[in-house]
Design a protein around this ligand. Structure first.
Ligand code: ADP
Length: 591
């Protein structure tokens, strides 16, 4: 229960009540005392100002037993003077010596000290002086009757006022106690109406600080605390929405950084790495902790230079990472302290490869066309320069060469057109189901004569019923023919060519194995590239353009199949064609 606010409230109320009561008590008690003193002297003055009373006193004093007579008279006036023989008494004193003769208090009279007022009366004047510091009040009046000199001395020991003050103190203490009790009750009441809602607010704030936005605080009143609670709920809801939005943005950014193909690396103003996404790790081929700016980028683009760049400016550079080429974009970003550097890493390996391939391709095309063109030109010139002075036979053979070179060029141009159509997706495929075995039979039949011309032994071994497959039969046969004619071309005369085929459920395959010149290890991966030939002279001699296998590969890929070399020991080459029985969605048709 003594939570700090409660405690403070109780303390304040206790202090308030105690100080109030103390001030009030002191004021009351002083007022009562003063009133009592004032009343005493006023009463005395009034009584002794009464001439008949004083005359009576003097008359009595003049008698022989003056003291007793005075006593009798004083008894008569006891009521007027407030003599109660307890707190207030009268004493008849001898004016000469100041000794006690008689009075209402025999015991007190005997022990009476000579007060300032008694001394004054002994000197003949009325002693009315009041002494605040003394614990009594007194009045001494000299009375002379004949030769008798007496002092009528009235003394009040202030017992009545002390008792009254004691009573008052008791009342004040009781009031204080009640006040304290009331203050405790009041503090509970206040706690209920004010501190509890504040504590609820505090708990709510603590929950929100801990990230819990689920509970809404109850609004029990329409006062300032109620308004504060409503405002607090509104603030929590806005905060929640804002945090949600920030969190959404953050997770979007995280997802973006995580899944983007470009690498992103960020360094703070001191050059320490603050962010590195997985793409950057892959492209730079090093763990995030090894992506040190000084090591990786300082020689390419100094850190100080990037940091000093203006917003919107960026620097570009290229970096080779192993076999990969990456383009780097450096930009400065502002953070709350000293800013930092952001680097976007873009993989341009394929782009560079494509550029190189395109350059090579143009060079190859020019080269391939230049050779036959040069031949055509030189034979045509020879015939022209001979001016008919050339044997008919020689002239014919020269013209044959011109025709064959022109054919060759036509062949190259046709192949290039085919490739260009395949590249641009303008090649129309006529898809239909046909027996795979029938296509192989047809191709073997069409190449048989050529194989025979070279003295090759062409054998085959495959099941009679191979599955029907979906594809463009003409294109598939073109691929098969290319592979078989390569076997015929690149096998020295009198070689062996063996065709096998089969199916594996959802795929069919065909292998063409020869025991010819084979393909050196270093060239095996490249023979499917455009214009790539192991032995250019030999290929050209046999009418090859170096485009056959690349066209075949494109066609097979369009059917969802593969064309590859089989690693097989021994001389010669084995090429394997694999095709799916059914076409996957999106394949076939216009491709
Ligand atoms: P080409 O018109 O030159 O035959 P291809 O694209 O069909 O072009 O073949 C590319 C190269 O692959 C050929 O030049 C040749 O060097 C090599 N090659 C293809 N098939 C064989 C094979 N069966 N034996 C040896 N070399 C081959």
């Amino acid at each position: 229960m003594f939570r700090s606010l409660h405690m403070k409230l109780v303390m304040i109320l206790v202090l308030l009540i105690t100080s109030l009561m103390t001030v009030m008590g002191a004021f009351l008690m002083t007022s009562v005392t003063n009133f009592y003193i004032d009343r005493f002297y006023e009463q005395m003055r009034n009584t002794f100002a009464d001439v008949s009373f004083v005359n009576a006193l003097q008359t009595e004093a003049a008698q022989e037993d003056g003291a007793q007579r005075l006593q009798a008279l004083m008894e008569l006036y006891a009521g007027t003077l407030g003599i109660d023989s307890r707190s207030r008494n009268y004493y008849i004193l001898d004016a000469g010596s100041g000794t006690f003769l008689t009075g209402s208090d025999e015991a007190g009279g005997a022990a009476l000290e000579q007060t300032a007022n008694i001394l004054a009366a002994r000197n003949g004047s009325v002693g009315y002086e009041s002494d605040i510091a003394a614990n009594y009040m007194d009045v001494a009046v000299p009375i002379t009757g004949g030769d008798n000199h007496f002092i009528v001395y009235i003394r009040d020991n202030r017992e009545a006022v002390s008792e009254l003050n004691g009573e008052l103190l008791l009342i004040i203490m009781q009031a204080m106690l009640v006040g304290l009790l009331v203050s405790v009750l009041l503090s509970f009441l206040l706690a209920k109406t004010m501190i509890d809602p504040i504590e609820k607010l505090t708990e709510g704030a603590e929950r929100i600080a801990g990230g819990d936005f689920d509970d809404v605080l109850e609004v029990d009143s329409t006062d300032e605390i109620g308004i504060l609670t409503t405002t607090f709920n509104d603030m929590a809801s806005v905060l929640h929405d804002t945090l949600d939005a920030v969190e959404n943005e953050r997770s979007k950014l995280d997802a973006l950084f995580l899944h983007m193909t470009d690498g992103v690396v960020a360094y703070d103003g001191s050059g320490a790495l603050i962010h590195c996404n997985p793409a950057a790790v892959a492209l730079l081929d090093r763990a995030p902790e090894d992506c040190v700016y000084a090591e990786l980028f300082e020689p390419i683009c100094p850190f100080a230079h990037v940091v000093s760049m203006r917003r919107g400016d960026y620097a570009e550079a290229e970096l080779a990472v192993g076999e990969r080429s990456v383009e780097l974009y450096f930009a400065a970003f502002a953070d709350e302290e000293s800013g930092g550097v952001l680097i976007v890493i873009h993989d341009v390996t394929e782009q560079r490869k494509t550029e190189t391939r395109r350059r090579e391709f143009v060079a190859n095309v020019s080269h391939e066309l230049r050779t036959p063109l040069t031949n055509v030109r030189s034979y045509a010139e020879t015939i022209r320069d001979a001016n008919g002075d050339i044997p008919r036979e020689t002239e014919n053979s020269f013209l044959d060469i011109v025709i064959s070179e022109t054919d060759r060029m036509t062949h190259i141009v046709q192949d290039l057109l085919t490739l260009s159509r395949l590249d641009s997706g303008r090649t129309e495929m006529v898809m239909a189901r046909f027996p795979f075995g029938d296509a192989i039979d047809a191709v073997i039949r069409s190449i048989a004569l050529e194989a025979q011309r070279h003295g090759h032994e062409l054998t085959h071994d495959y099941p009679e019923h191979l599955p029907r497959i979906m594809g463009d039969r003409g294109r598939i046969e073109q691929v098969m023919l290319n592979v078989l004619s390569n076997a015929v071309k690149y096998t020295p005369d009198g070689g062996h060519i063996h065709v096998t085929a089969g199916d594996a459920g959802d795929t069919v395959w065909m292998e063409v194995a020869d025991d010819g010149i084979g393909i050196p290890e270093k060239d095996r991966a490249r023979i499917f590239e455009r214009f790539y030939r192991v032995d250019k002279a030999r290929s050209r001699e046999s009418g090859g353009t170096g485009l056959g296998l690349s066209i075949a590969t494109e066609l097979v890929q369009r059917h969802g199949g593969t064309l590859r070399l089989v690693d097989r020991p021994g001389p010669g080459t084995t090429v394997r064609l694999e095709l799916p029985v059914m076409q996957a969605e999106g394949q076939g048709g216009f491709v």
